[in-house]
Design a protein around this ligand. Structure first.
Ligand SMILES: [Zn+2]
Length: 323
């Protein structure tokens, strides 16, 4: 099922398919949480299904659809992070994966029907992998569709981007996002608060609407209030380092962003509380705390001590609040 805000994009693409003008490569670009993956999967299923419906969506029960559901359809390929020798997932897509893909495309040529490849996340292709993919994009084969998914398309080489039809996936209107959240079973007032906190991103808002995430927001606000009231910062940093460090830092960054924006409709009570704490904050220092917060989030897996890194963030936050 694709998200309602992607329906017009779907219709345009399907019209091209009907007119036999399907591009060879698509780049689905946009932030996480807007349904890129579901869209790409639906497209793969639609092209491989033996009897797609009127709007192009896969039937869900033909032989091809069954193979796709079992992820065993030979013409539906997915490239994502492979495993390293120690069994942990890699953090980039490597050239061997792209070479194997190209061989597979060549091997299956002439069999008729579509072959669809999803590369996800394409912004994690390393340089050699990107070069290998470029060759395939430069010499497209008939009935092969390569779909690249990227949260941060700016990290892709321009040569790759220029050979793809780019589909920018943008934030939907507030009304559409709220509707969708309620269809996912989220209460209207929680949906509105979560959407405000997620900066209008419905997928992120869905995650923030979960009870555990809502509790975390309240906890982080309480910790900021404690810091403003002069409580010891290290105790808080140490607690954050022990559990959900990334989730808490992420929540902090999000809260600071939301609290510094002009007043939004349906702001969560947590945001209103935070606004009071931040009312007289030094903006330049607060911004430095926010930047440090995002920096540390990317460093959490490094050998540096988590508690000390988090302490640095919280101390910057405190210095922004000092009168
Ligand atoms: Zn089918």
């Amino acid at each position: 099922m694709i998200a309602p805000w992607l329906r017009s994009t779907w219709a345009e693409l399907w019209a091209r398919r009907q007119a036999d003008r399907m591009p060879h490569a698509l780049l689905l670009a946009g932030p996480q949480g807007l349904g890129k993956r579901a869209f790409a999967s639906a497209l793969m299923h639609a092209l491989l299904c033996q009897q797609p419906g009127a709007e192009g969506f896969a039937c869900g029960h033909c032989r091809a659809c069954q193979l796709l559901a079992a992820q065993t359809h030979a013409d539906g390929m997915r490239i994502t992070f492979g495993l390293r020798d120690d069994g942990k997932p890699r953090t980039e897509i490597i050239v061997e994966q792209i070479r194997a893909l190209c061989e597979s495309i060549t091997r299956t040529a002439g069999r008729g029907g579509w072959r669809v490849v999803l590369i996800d996340p394409a912004d994690a292709l390393n340089r050699n992998a990107a070069n290998a993919l470029l060759k395939t994009l430069e010499e497209p084969e008939a009935n092969v569709l390569i779909v690249l998914l990227a949260d941060q398309p700016g990290r892709l080489p321009a040569t790759i981007i220029s050979r793809c039809q780019r589909i920018a996936i943008n934030l939907p209107s507030r009304a559409l996002a709220l509707d969708w959240l309620q269809q996912q079973g989220i209460d209207a007032s929680v949906a509105a608060e979560s959407l405000a906190l997620a900066d209008g991103n419905p997928g992120e808002a869905l995650g923030l609407a979960a009870p555990a995430a809502r509790e975390r927001v309240d906890e982080v606000v309480a910790d900021i209030e404690a810091i403003a009231a002069g409580h010891e910062t290290y105790a808080i940093a140490s607690r954050w380092a022990d559990e959900h460090a990334d989730g808490r830092l992420r929540t902090l960054a999000r809260l600071l962003t939301a609290a510094l924006r002009p007043v939004q409709p349906n702001a969560a009570p947590a945001i209103l509380r935070l606004r009071q704490v931040l009312a007289e904050a030094d903006f330049v220092r607060l911004n430095a705390a926010w930047e440090q917060c995002n920096f540390v989030r990317n460093q959490l897996d490094s050998p540096l001590r988590k508690d000390l890194q988090i302490l640095e963030v919280l101390q910057r936050l405190r210095s922004s609040l000092a009168r």
